[in-house]
Design a protein. Structure first.
Length: 170
């Protein structure tokens, strides 16, 4: 199955929150995206947590047919699973738990916190956004870095290396 997106770029994980998921075969709304489930070991989006009428459902990423500007689609309602934690999503972490984690480089410098994640049509994470400065999100600097700089997504800290440091001025 090929995942398509109708825009030039895929949305970030935070932009997907609240977006409805529609079953094409049944013509019904399965729920709304509540959170993304991130496989931090393989650096891919493993799926989504859906808020449905009957409780939360897990939707594995490979079951998604398309992510459009107004909704995500799946072929059938059977694509979503319940309970959460089954079907190969056990090793994933909620994006809401990863967001706001501190980001520290290999030299021990605090760079800010994880703000967002971008991914490709195949679910592979392409970039992370590091936010720094500002107060309560106002005038916050947002810098996008390729996923290749991420060394690990720890339990409380994201570690990175290979980020160019600004040159010292005299």
């Amino acid at each position: 199955m090929i995942l398509t997106y109708t825009s030039v770029t895929m949305p970030t994980l935070s932009e997907l929150k609240g977006r409805p998921v529609i079953s094409l075969n049944e013509g019904e709304k399965l729920g709304a995206i509540k959170d993304a489930l991130v496989d931090t070991t393989n650096k891919v989006v493993g799926g989504f947590l859906l808020q449905a009428n009957d409780g939360d459902l897990a939707l594995p990423f490979p079951h998604i047919r398309a992510i459009g500007p107004d909704a995500a689609t799946v072929e059938t309602a059977a694509s979503s699973q319940s309970p959460v934690g089954e079907g190969g999503l056990e090793g994933t972490r909620k994006f809401a738990e990863l967001a706001k984690q501190q980001v520290v480089d290999s030299e021990g410098k605090h760079l800010g916190h994880l703000g967002d994640i971008t991914f490709g049509m195949d679910g592979v994470i392409t970039d992370i956004e590091i936010r720094s400065g500002g107060f309560l999100g106002i005038k916050e600097d947002k810098t996008l870095y390729p996923i290749s700089v991420v060394r690990s997504f720890g339990t409380s800290v994201v570690t990175v290396e290979g980020i160019p440091q600004p040159e010292a001025t005299e």
